[in-house]
Design a protein around this ligand. Structure first.
Ligand code: ATP
Length: 134
């Protein structure tokens, strides 16, 4: 299968740079499956796992939103945060999940930003899913 270049970049620097056969991503507009020679595209991403496929294998990268761009047969993912399963600190994600759940429970009585807590919960669950420790 024809390959193309994928770069994943976070504010901390490059996270991934390699040739793949297919990228599957969850954009705000729905799921995207990108193969070689895809038309140019810019799509905002959900907090989700990016799937990178090559040689019958699949790697997952947890992204906390960002943008996916297809241009000149190259995919660039500018993520707010991006981690491979092996880079995920499971303890930290579990604590973040617990904190967000407590905030959501208290959101009715106290002045807590519900949306912000909800996003933090989504990021933690996404990391735990990618680390396969949900
Ligand atoms: P926390 O409350 O634990 O900081 P968060 O979702 O608010 O979680 P982010 O703002 O999304 O954290 O990320 C800040 C930085 O920390 C990013 O570089 C991100 O890759 C990294 N990071 C966050 N959580 C984890 C984790 N569980 N394992 C590894 N890196 C993480």
């Amino acid at each position: 299968m024809k390959t193309f270049k994928v770069s994943v970049v976070s504010p901390d620097g490059p996270v991934y740079d390699s040739e793949v056969e297919m990228v599957i991503a969850r954009a705000k507009s729905g799921e995207l499956g990108i193969l070689a020679n895809h038309i140019p595209l810019v799509a905002p991403l959900e907090i989700s796992a990016i799937r990178l496929k090559k040689d019958g294998k699949e790697e997952l990268v947890a992204v906390s939103g960002g943008l996916l761009e297809v241009r000149h047969d190259q995919v660039t993912i500018l993520a707010q945060a991006a981690e491979f399963a092996t880079d995920i600190d499971v303890e930290r994600a579990l604590k973040a999940k617990e904190r967000a759940e407590q905030r959501l429970q208290k959101a009715q009585q106290e002045h807590i930003d519900f949306r912000r807590a909800e996003m933090a919960l989504q990021r933690a669950i996404n990391r735990l899913t990618v680390a396969n420790k949900k």
